[in-house]
Design a protein around this ligand. Structure first.
Ligand SMILES: [Zn+2]
Ligand SMILES: [Zn+2]
Length: 352
């Protein structure tokens, strides 16, 4: 039996330390807050970065998680768009809707929010979560939705789409290479197909992930632990390179690979979370009309992506490989942390 004001949550206790433990249930702090009872959540590659110590702002005692869906439990006095009992999708980005950045659609840099969930404030890997600026940071879940699929809309689909596909300016008939075939690279692969590029070449050292990429619509795959990716891309593109190179790993070598495979006039669109510097080969790129883009997801495309999932134009559920009870989250982290061995993409944690 749970006491009334106690819940269970996945709590970070410093590098490599975490536990599933009791925490006070969150309460409304501002009139713009909502409390959401989590029904489904997941684990992100970013959570693994936090556990490794790559995100040092995360404090001991923080509840992790920035993705999920749930049911409104309580709303602050000024929240009118949501009421108790409404099913909601939680955005990984919190936005006030009022600051300069929000007015420009750059929610990721909201002066009062941005990526704070499971980072600077308690997150979604818990039975309940407090969502600040609920009206701008939550979305109604349409009746009859496949709710598991919608968990993919909290972060990975908008991230792959905004940082990879939109920033990469993918055009009909163009050539695209995606370096990294993990969940984010695959989310970029799925959403790149809105624009019908002629070639989508997936590059990864894991054969299972490349096989998944083929099923998801990749036209070519390259295992860069066995083959020379630069040579193979030159062979596939009349020696030109690709029009769009998407970096979906977050290490120097994969960013530098993008520099080696980009065609004149092309775009290198970085998605990866980088903890170290990479070499910019300006001596090769300066005369090639190259654009390099970086972005933290704004989640401005979430309403559009929600429609594509609802209408079955985008099969988001394909990204889910494993299911756990929320209370079994420690095992879920083990599975997700050994993704290659476990053939894991996204895991769903259910609190029901
Ligand atoms: Zn994430
Ligand atoms: Zn704002």
């Amino acid at each position: 039996m749970h006491q009334k004001n106690i819940m269970k949550a996945l709590v970070y206790h410093g590098v490599t330390k975490k536990s599933w433990e009791e925490k006070p249930k969150p309460a409304i702090l501002q009139s713009t807050d909502a409390i959401v009872r989590i029904t489904k959540t997941t684990i992100c590659g970013t959570d693994l970065h936090i556990m490794k110590g790559d995100v040092p702002e995360v404090e001991d005692g923080r509840i992790l998680g920035h993705e999920g869906i749930g049911v409104i439990e309580e709303t602050g006095a000024s929240v009118t768009a949501f009421k108790k009992g409404d099913k909601v999708l939680i955005s990984c980005i919190t936005s006030c809707g009022k600051c300069d950045y929000c007015k420009r659609g750059m929610y990721s840099h909201c002066e009062n929010g941005g990526w704070i969930l499971g980072h600077l404030i308690d997150g979604t890997q818990a039975e309940y979560v407090r969502i600040p600026f609920a009206e701008n940071s939550l979305y109604h879940i349409p009746e009859g939705s496949d709710e598991e699929a919608l968990v993919m809309l909290s972060d990975i689909l908008p991230t792959g789409f905004e940082c990879g596909v939109l920033n990469g300016k993918i055009q009909p008939g163009s050539s695209v290479a995606i370096v990294g075939s993990g969940p984010i690279g695959l989310a970029a692969l799925l959403t790149a197909q809105f624009y019908t590029p002629a070639q989508i070449i997936m590059i990864d050292p894991d054969d299972n992930r490349l096989e998944v990429a083929t099923k998801f619509g990749a036209t070519h795959i390259i295992n860069n632990s066995k083959e020379d990716a630069v040579e193979k891309i030159k062979a596939l593109t009349n020696k030109k390179g690709v029009d769009t190179a998407i970096e979906a790993v977050g290490v120097a070598a994969t960013f530098e690979l993008c520099e080696d495979i980009i065609a004149a006039g092309g775009v290198i669109a970085n998605i990866g979370v980088h903890g170290k510097s990479a070499t910019l080969h300006l001596e090769k790129l300066w005369a090639h009309n190259i654009t390099i883009t970086t972005r933290l997801v704004d989640t401005v495309t979430t309403p559009m992506l929600l429609k594509t999932v609802q209408s079955k134009k985008l099969d988001a559920k394909k990204l889910i490989t494993h299911h756990f009870k929320l209370s079994d989250i420690m095992n879920a982290y083990e599975t997700f942390g050994h993704a290659a061995k476990e053939k894991a993409l996204k895991v769903i944690l259910s609190n029901e």
